[in-house]
Design a protein around this ligand. Sequence first.
Ligand code: ADP
Length: 404
Amino acid sequence: MSPTRVLVLNSGSSSVKYQLLDMRGGDRLAVGLVERIGEETSRLKHTPEGGESREWSGAVPDHESALKAVAAELAKDGLGLDSPELAAIGHRVVHGGRRFTEPTVIDDAVLAEIERLIPVAPLHNPANLTGIRTARDLRPDLPQVAVFDTAFHTTMPESAARYAIDVETADAHRIRRYGFHGTSHAYVSRETARLLGRAPEDVNVIVLHLGNGASASAVRGGRCVDTSMGLTPLEGLVMGTRSGDLDPAVIFHLMRVGGMSADEIDTLLNKRSGLIGLCGDNDMREIRRRVDAGDERARLAFDIYIHRLKKYIGAYYAVLGRVDAVVFTAGVGENAAAVREAAVAGLEGLGLAVDGELNAGRGDGARLVSPPDARVAVAVVPTDEEMEIATQTYALVKESGNPA
Ligand code: ADP
């Protein structure tokens, strides 16, 4: 029988997250992560399906050691990387530029192209590449597939993808809006169609992926036509630590008047802005607790977050013309009823509303939170990027007749 398991690897600069999935029934055989790679106090947490989590702490100097540690943990559960059941390894790759519009089987040419994109993704692509190279060394015979965060957004028309700057300068430096979180937007928009009992080709959806990073997208008939992140994940919504949209002249002002360097401003806008910059907290649970206790700064941070979100809902409503559903996903979107309620408050004229009880209720899977007679559905759809990466990886290796 052909192998049916896929190992999904998400290699960040100092962490590796992984899941081993069996594509026969969609079982998660193991999930885990290694964090603080390169420090003395690295940590590995591994949870086999239906079993107790195992944690381990010590020095993991680099990604190679991290992957070897992951392989050793998997082996303890009889799920080692040498298993004939393993069909492929699927890698999350943040930036695929314009070239990678689909999941892609990795060879030397693909690696070189991902490397060529480092200037537009300096924080992410190097770590993704290290993960891929290490995994290839461990199992050179196994198909390895890259699934790109940008791929879903490559269908955006030029009118949405281009910044209104000099075309030659933009092209010389590959400056355009690429968008991110694409794997999540693809999965969630498709699951929303399923929740509505309709084909993805027939529905228009606004997806609000609200995690620590946050992005919105406008999806027409299953294809992305606009998204809020741009050249980098800094543009768009207010996020946990990122500013989202701002007048680019703020940067010149900080340089000329504030005496800050480009690197300092980069850090300010990516790490010390957004919710944390506004009120000192980036966890929405803590912010809501403070708001409920009457904290003014937390209230202002929350209001700015919601105001931006509302502007994007309105903008994407106009981009799509007809909207069938507005869907919330990721840590904040799935859990923060107050954010969902505030984001659509006052939008009854657009056919948008939440039902207080449904919205406040808890539920594991995809669910509607709008009143039953609503013109536009408002939904919560838990995202599952690992499942989507595994699904795309498995489909590709099956299609190319490649499973070992
Ligand atoms: P990322 O993948 O971008 O790191 P997640 O999608 O896991 O982020 O979302 C993390 C965020 O979700 C946290 O920072 C927190 O603000 C928010 N969050 C998680 N659980 C809750 C909850 N129960 N209520 C409100 N917000 C929550």
